[in-house]
Design a protein around this ligand. Structure first.
Ligand SMILES: Cc1cc2nc3c(=O)[nH]c(=O)nc-3n(C[C@H](O)[C@H](O)[C@H](O)COP(=O)(O)OP(=O)(O)OC[C@H]3O[C@@H](n4cnc5c(N)ncnc54)[C@H](O)[C@@H]3O)c2cc1C
Length: 427
């Protein structure tokens, strides 16, 4: 029985995946992957294609983590623009990062095409909607930097953004045509299907409770008594990271992202709201993001409370945001509310760690993991196959627990309240 508010509107394709036994004691796998989200599955698929034997273990069902719950916006890039990356990482690493960041949406749409994934998608772009002149200046700066690199992007006037979104309150924006939208649960399920077909073994409802190293091999133990041996282990648990690797959970700040979905929009409204099917994120400090679903609902998400939600009232701030942006939706019912966890890092970049030889951990998607984790999975598989750390776009770094981590919830809640106030003053 799923927990309340844990079921999104997204759907799994009907195609069944063959259930396979775990690798046995007499048959160690090359790689054991803890976590069967986009990160774990993309790595598994690419590693299997490179000839490695792979066991994926997930505590729940495939797609029950952020990968099946997210907004399905496939956005290239990192939080930072190209010039910032070059300035902070130097020419060589900076260029690697910029090129990698530019490629992450391609990685998703190419997988869908090349692997024949049964995933509803549209690749019509992502709009970053500016609610102030300052935000529009930042968008113009981003536009200049990506255009100089030949990216298919465009600055939008107030009129253009008005007709593309049908939304109120924006002074302009930025269109990135490299981006698009998918059904994220279908995508995650389909990654599991093709990974299985490529020889990956996937065990659901196997929560990994211990990692031990003996005679150069890892012994992966689960809380239901199963054990798998592997040459290497990858921790792909992201915002759901627990205590398996010391300090890892304390190196990230897990936040809740909440979403609402309206009833399917009546045709007259559907024709005026996002007629081109783009995804949108706005420029507020506590931003909201939205899109239409394949069955014609408006799906809107944003930051939610840090404690677990207890009633529909915990989504009221998103309903208010929806009415501010689209007053015409006032009479349309909200049919679904759900939430999931995203992992933030202090520097807003994904972190790659190798605390011991043969143990790799990836955390910190910053709420943009659909493209990022898909693309990173391919690079990690190549690293495991070749041992060449130059294949990794981000440097391997030591795990750095955040000081006073136990108090993070208080700090984050206070920061969110302050940012909401500043956003309200700018309205
Ligand atoms: C509500 C919401 C909206 C979002 N919207 C977007 C968006 O529109 N676009 C975008 O790019 N990104 C978005 N994101 C972020 C994106 O979903 C994530 O970055 C991405 O899915 C992370 O994938 P992952 O595989 O690293 O982690 P997950 O999908 O979270 O997978 C981690 C898995 O690890 C498993 N696990 C944890 N501990 C154990 C253990 N001990 N043993 C076994 N298994 C374990 C969990 O069960 C889980 O399935 C959103 C996230 C949320 C929550």
């Amino acid at each position: 029985m799923p927990l309340p508010f844990s079921v999104p509107i997204w759907s799994k394709p009907a195609t069944a995946r063959k259930v396979q036994p775990l690798f046995g004691n007499d048959q160690p796998a090359d790689i054991a992957i803890v976590g069967g989200g986009i990160m774990g599955l993309s790595t598994a698929l690419h590693a299997a294609r490179l000839g490695m034997s792979v066991q994926v273990l997930d505590a729940g069902e495939i797609g029950h983590g952020a990968s099946g719950l997210n907004g399905g916006q496939v956005i290239p890039g990192l939080k930072y623009d190209p010039e910032w990356l070059l300035e902070h990482f130097g020419q060589e690493r900076g260029e690697t990062l910029v090129n990698f960041a530019a490629s992450t949406a391609d990685a998703v749409f190419e997988l869908i095409r090349d692997e024949g994934l049964s995933v509803p998608f549209a690749r019509n772009g992502w709009i970053q909607a500016a609610h102030t002149e300052i935000a529009l200046k930042a968008a113009a700066n981003r536009d200049r930097q990506w255009r100089a690199r030949g990216a298919d992007v465009k600055l939008l006037s107030a009129d253009e953004i008005g007709s593309m979104t049908g939304a109120r309150g924006y002074v302009g924006g930025w269109l990135d045509r490299r981006a698009g939208v998918i059904d994220p649960l279908a995508y995650t399920s389909e990654l599991a299907r093709v990974a299985t077909a490529a020889g990956v073994r996937i065990a659901e409802s196997h929560k990994v409770s211990r990692l031990d190293k003996d005679a150069g091999k890892w012994l992966v133990s689960t809380d239901n008594g199963a054990k798998v041996q592997a040459r290497a282990v990858i921790l792909a648990t992201n915002a759901y990271t627990d205590g398996l690797v010391p300090g890892l959970a304390q190196s990230i700040v897990p936040l809740h992202s909440f979403q609402i979905a309206t009833a399917p929009l009546p045709p007259d409204l559907a024709a005026t709201i996002l007629p081109g099917g783009q995804a949108v994120s706005d420029s507020r400090r506590i931003l909201v993001y939205y899109r239409k679903s394949p069955d014609g609902r408006l799906v809107l998400g944003g930051r939610g409370r840090m404690a677990l939600p207890t009633s529909a009232a915990d989504w009221a701030h998103l309903e208010r945001a929806l009415q501010r942006i689209y007053p015409a939706l006032a009479g349309v019912a909200i049919e679904k509310r759900w939430f999931g966890r995203v992992a933030m890092t202090p520097d807003h970049l994904p972190h790659l760690h190798e605390p011991e030889p043969g143990l790799l951990a990836v955390v910190g998607c910053q709420g943009r993991g659909v493209g990022l984790m898909t693309a990173l999975g391919g690079r990690i598989a190549t690293y495991l196959s070749t041992g060449d750390a130059g294949q990794l776009p981000f440097p391997l770094s030591p795990i750095r627990p955040i000081p006073f981590h136990a108090f993070r919830q208080v700090g984050v809640a206070a920061t969110i309240a302050w940012y909401r106030l500043l956003d309200a003053l700018e309205r």
